[in-house]
Design a protein around this ligand. Structure first.
Ligand code: FES
Ligand code: FES
Length: 154
């Protein structure tokens, strides 16, 4: 049995320790907002937070998260400045990469509340968008940077 929290809720899963966290999130816990892309740490579609840091859940064995806090896209409130900025800037196109983009953006702003273009590009360059929404992503992060979350740990 492996125990950890997901979006603040305690979870216990009975799976092989090497099972990728992504499969546990999607299949055991039914949280399908986190997407599968490459399965090889190349695209970032599966990005979640582990103790506040953006990680790739497709290559993270569930055993590595025992006792830790995982946050998925479902754990980011709709009122979070990043989600609001995403809507205001009309960022998503097909949408597939966007949960990963939002998780990377929220982790970036938590660590660096006023990132410049270079810091944004560095933090976001590993999340591949086949639709090419990068310009709007950058604009939305600047917009969100002007507006911090009121309370809460995210
Ligand atoms: S699905 Fe994890 S990085 Fe592509
Ligand atoms: S919005 Fe389509 S892959 Fe990014």
């Amino acid at each position: 049995m492996i125990e950890f929290t997901v979006n603040g809720k305690p979870q216990r899963v009975d799976v092989a320790p090497e099972t990728p966290l992504l499969w546990v999130i999607r299949e055991q816990l039914g949280l399908t907002g986190t997407k599968f892309g490459c399965g090889k740490a190349l695209c970032g579609a599966c990005t979640v937070h582990l103790d506040g840091r953006a990680i790739r859940s497709c290559v993270t064995p569930v055993s590595a998260v025992a006792g830790k806090a995982v946050v998925t896209i479902e754990g980011i409130p709709d009122s979070h400045p990043v989600k609001e900025a995403w809507i205001a800037e009309d960022v998503p196109q097909c949408g597939w990469c966007q949960p990963g983009q939002i998780m990377a953006a929220t982790a970036l702003l938590a660590a660096n509340p006023q990132p410049d273009d270079t810091a944004i590009d560095d933090a976001m360059s590993g999340i591949i968008c086949r639709c090419g929404t990068y310009q709007r992503i950058r604009k939305a992060i600047h917009r969100a940077a002007g507006k911090r979350p009121s309370g809460g740990a995210l």
